[in-house]
Design a protein around this ligand. Structure first.
Ligand code: SF4
Ligand code: SF4
Length: 383
């Protein structure tokens, strides 16, 4: 052996820590590489994301590379893994190791500080959280008067584009005669971004606090605008109460249509496709509800994209990527809007504030004759 070659020895302590964080999941990977071949980074980069490489680096006690933060936790790869490994979970655990070793990239510590100080990821004052609703006179949630809490979330509270979705959803709820309230400036963070970037201890702290707020406010039925909030409330929160029932808003709209409470009237005369958000389709197997809603609208012709349902193509905004720079030419959303154009649709529908922002940015950058709207906005147009 060349004496100049570095000699690596296995770092048992670090490997044991990864096994502990993943509940042994990391040991199930047998390094076949199937996941790497199916990752959407392969559509936009020569070098893709390899969970095998990161597992190996941990075994050798090496620092992670920046590629660790590329994973959008979209779970596309998990569908193909012959060992059924929770690959997104391994990436979150690898990120937790990186936080422990102070190796997080620039931009992410400030995200955590913003959630800590402001209760949102957007570095915005908590007092402005309900400004999106200033002209709507939406009441504060009162369990004696309201059938549900509308959980708006940070993106729709502060991002100009996503705010329009919240406004449209209020219009739809009112048209259906739903009694609802919001928590206004007191709305606590869901912690979904914190979980996605792998800071499990902070996420657990936030989840406990927010669950306690829901409990104190008497929240049982909750409808969330974002699939990311819905996912953590449903799958990763401590018990709020025996009858706590979080829903994503398209599930609630499907119910309103099925029971006849919501009656769309104005025909739209449009051909559209639905872009499934990863956290609705793959993480929660909800692909029927958005299609039921869109198919109930008069004048709508719906077609499927090449990647749809459980095979959806990530917009690129999950896993904390919304808060990190993605180079031009490396955006999944560019691939997605081109797919919509190839399908010949005029309108690309989705049901996630991150997807809306990513897809609309790509449509603008590429100057495509395509409109991106959220399902709530499309339903509002028919009222
Ligand atoms: S597909 Fe599964 S077993 Fe194969 S390398 Fe990826 S995680 Fe490991
Ligand atoms: S979760 Fe998505 S982005 Fe992450 S490695 Fe798997 S396919 Fe790639």
């Amino acid at each position: 052996m060349d004496s100049q070659e570095p000699v690596f020895t296995l770092d048992d302590a670090l490997w044991e820590r990864l096994l502990e964080l993943t509940g042994g999941e990391a040991a199930r990977c047998y390094q076949c590489g199937t996941c790497t071949a199916t990752c959407p980074w392969g559509l936009v980069r020569d070098e893709t994301v390899s969970v095998r490489e990161f597992i190996r680096r941990v075994q050798l006690g090496l620092e992670a590379t920046d590629a660790l933060w590329l994973c959008t936790t979209c779970a596309q790869c998990e569908a193909y893994c012959p060992r059924g490994v929770s690959i997104a979970g391994i990436f979150r655990a690898l990120r937790e190791l990186a936080w422990e070793r102070r190796e997080a990239p620039e931009g992410l510590p400030s995200l955590l500080w913003s959630v800590f100080w402001n209760d949102n990821s957007w570095s915005q004052p908590p007092s402005q959280r309900a400004q999106w609703a200033r002209d709507l006179a939406v009441p504060l949630f009162d369990p004696t008067q309201h059938e549900l809490l509308f959980y708006v979330g940070g993106a729709a509270s502060y991002d100009n584009r996503a705010q329009k979705v919240a406004v449209a959803f209020v219009k739809v709820l009112r048209a259906a005669g739903v009694a609802f309230g919001i928590l206004g400036a007191d709305e606590p963070p869901s912690g979904a971004d914190v979980r996605d970037v792998g800071h499990a201890p902070f996420f657990e702290e936030l989840a406990a606090k927010t669950a306690a707020v829901f409990q104190q406010r008497g929240v049982t039925r909750l409808v969330a605008l974002s699939p990311h909030s819905y996912d953590v409330f449903k799958n990763h929160y401590p018990p709020v109460s025996a009858d706590f029932a979080p829903q994503h808003y398209v599930q609630f709209l499907a119910e309103l249509l099925a029971t006849g409470r919501l009656k769309p009237q104005k025909p739209l005369e449009v051909t559209l496709a639905f872009h499934d958000p990863c956290y609705l389709a793959r993480h929660n197997a909800e692909i029927a509800a958005p299609r039921q809603v869109l198919d109930a609208l008069p004048g709508v012709t719906r077609v499927e994209l090449a990647h749809s349902g459980l095979e959806t193509l990530c917009c690129g905004g999950g896993g904390g990527r919304m808060y990190l720079e993605t180079a031009a030419g490396e955006r999944f959303s560019d691939v997605r809007v081109e797919e919509a154009r190839a399908a010949g649709v005029q309108l690309l529908a989705t049901a996630c504030p991150y997807c809306i922002v990513c897809l609309e940015d790509s449509v603008k950058a590429r100057k495509l004759p395509l409109v991106v709207k959220d399902v709530a906005e499309i339903v509002a147009l028919t009222l």
